[in-house]
Write a protein that binds this ligand. Structure first.
Ligand code: NAD
Length: 492
């Protein structure tokens, strides 16, 4: 995207400003960049291009707010404000959903039924969970006791991706606020709009000025990197690509920040001969193609036991061909557009690799009949090897390779033959086999006869190149706080 190249079309673009110290403000340089709508291929917003100076302003506002009432407020009161934020998200569900689908290209039904309610749930969940958080006390004798307390970290930097914009930003904002921190958020440059609308809701809910700030802009050499390098930012919670996680780790090292990384994935979905195919097949379609395949937890490699392989491939192709790709803002579209032209071209390049390395059974083409938007038909591939680039690299698009296997051992080896280890699904009726498979797959999350099921109390994160640390439930509260032990000696 080019800074200041907006309004070529003459259409009026929405203005998306930074949110600093409780106010919407332009960037210091006054430079902007365009945010494109993937469904039309046209710009729909002009966004403040954040610089290191804007990050500095936001961090100063957040530091100042740390001195105010927020960090000292009883947890219960903070949590009441969190609850109000969750309520306001639900009250403004339509507007937020339209913003998300316009910015990201996902079907409106997904935004309305998935992303936005989940964003509200992140606040509702953490408002209750944090309020019931208990501290540990260790009593040695009637005259000696040790108490472990948790204090706010200070200013937390949050850097988020474009695939689930508000869903993943609120997943970090809610626990960070609950623990009394102040925040600077850097949303993905492709999808700044829902965070912009959210800031106003947080203000309406009573969040004091400076507690929550947003700086828009780019990552490397931009606002993201400036946040990572800032000496007064105590932690970075990052969700995005593995390579970005490595860059952030290096940039953060001189200031010794606490880091939490939720990174890339290449989930294995494993169907055994005895699986309930009535459930496994439609779920495999959703797991591969929801959000145009742009989900870190996607079941993006499908392994099927030999006896049911032909049957599963045939049914998968039938269902994938029937997916209705269309305008993200139309309620009956099942798949929308990919997030950007660049990303669509990257996925098309992988499709070309897939055709060389294996066989394309359906889809894999740009749907130009839908206009200038970034629409691809969902594709299914067979005859690939597990060590092919198509299987090894994260494509993050609507493409699914299907491979056969003979036995448990081979299925586990295929699942583990990946640099990633975020999630996997296993489908079978044999409980002992399911347990053995759960033990042998190296991944942060294993779904048994399901996909995408979540309880927000459980640890969320990946093994291998899929992440560092865990968020969710107490793992989030611990990440967004500093532990301190206070030891008491009484006169017996
Ligand atoms: P990305 O890494 O390109 O960008 C993510 C964010 O990091 C953006 O806000 C970007 O501006 C910022 N950024 C980029 N370079 C930076 C740098 N050098 N310093 C600081 N900030 C920088 O990722 P993306 O393309 O937006 O998102 C897709 C990726 O996210 C996929 O790999 C996907 O698997 C992953 N993801 C993981 C999870 C998870 O929970 N594990 C969830 C969603 C997405």
């Amino acid at each position: 995207m080019t800074a200041n190249s907006a309004v070529k079309s003459g259409a009026k673009l929405k203005e998306v400003h930074h949110f600093i110290g409780g106010e919407f403000v332009p960037g210091e340089s006054a430079e902007t960049f365009e945010s494109f709508s993937p469904g039309t291929g046209k710009p729909h917003a002009r966004v403040a291009l954040g610089t290191a100076r804007d990050v500095d302003r936001a961090v100063s506002a957040a530091l100042e707010a740390q001195k105010g009432p927020w960090a000292k407020m009883p947890m219960k009161e903070r949590c009441q404000i969190l609850r109000r934020i969750g309520d306001l998200i639900l009250e403004n569900k339509e507007e937020l959903a339209i913003a998300e689908s316009t910015d990201n290209g996902k079907p409106l039904s997904e935004s309305l039924e998935g992303d936005i309610p989940r964003s509200a749930m992140n606040f509702h969940f953490f408002s209750e969970f944090a309020a019931s958080h208990v501290e540990e006390a260790f009593t040695v004798s009637s005259s000696e006791r040790h108490v472990a307390v948790r204090e706010p970290l200070g200013v937390c930097g949050l850097i988020t991706p474009w695939n689930l914009p508000l869903y993943l930003a609120t997943w970090k904002i809610a626990p960070a606020l609950a623990m009394g921190n102040t925040i600077v958020l850097k949303p993905a440059e492709w999808t700044p709009y829902s965070a912009f609308l959210f800031a106003d809701l947080a203000r309406q809910a009573g969040l004091p000025p400076g507690v929550f700030n947003i700086v828009h802009g780019f990552g490397a050499d931009g606002a993201g990197e400036a946040l990572t390098r800032h000496k007064d930012v105590k932690s970075i919670s990052f969700t995005g690509e593995t390579s970005t996680g490595k860059a952030i780790m290096m940039a953060a090292a001189p200031t010794l920040k606490k880091l939490s990384f939720e990174l890339g994935g290449k989930g294995a979905n494993i169907i055994f001969n005895d699986a309930n195919l009535e459930e496994a097949i439609p779920t495999a379609v959703r797991a591969a193609f929801r959000n145009q395949g742009q989900i870190c937890l996607a079941g993006s490699r499908l392994f099927v036991q030999r006896k049911v392989y032909d049957q599963v491939v045939e049914k998968m192709v039938e269902r994938v061909k029937a997916i209705k790709v269309g305008d993200p803002l139309s309620r009956d579209s099942q798949m929308g557009a990919l997030v950007s032209r660049e990303h669509m071209e990257k996925v098309l390049a992988y499709i070309a690799i897939g055709k060389q390395e294996g066989k394309l059974l359906c889809g894999g083409e740009r749907l130009s009949e839908l206009g200038e938007g970034y629409f691809l038909s969902p594709s299914v591939f067979v005859d690939l090897k597990t060590d092919s680039r198509f299987l090894q690299e994260e494509i993050f698009g609507p493409t699914l390779p299907i491979l056969p296997f003979d036995d448990e051992e081979e299925a586990a080896a295929m699942a583990n033959d990946s640099p990633y280890g975020l999630s996997a699904s296993v489908w079978s009726q044999d409980i002992d086999r399911l347990q053995r498979m759960s033990n042998s797959i190296k991944a942060g999350m294993i779904w048994i006869n399901t996909w995408f099921a979540r309880d927000l109390r459980t640890p969320f994160g990946g093994q291998k190149s899929s992440g560092l640390g865990r968020e969710g439930g107490r793992y989030s509260l611990e990440f967004f706080s500093e532990a301190k032990t206070i030891s008491y000696k009484y006169k017996a």
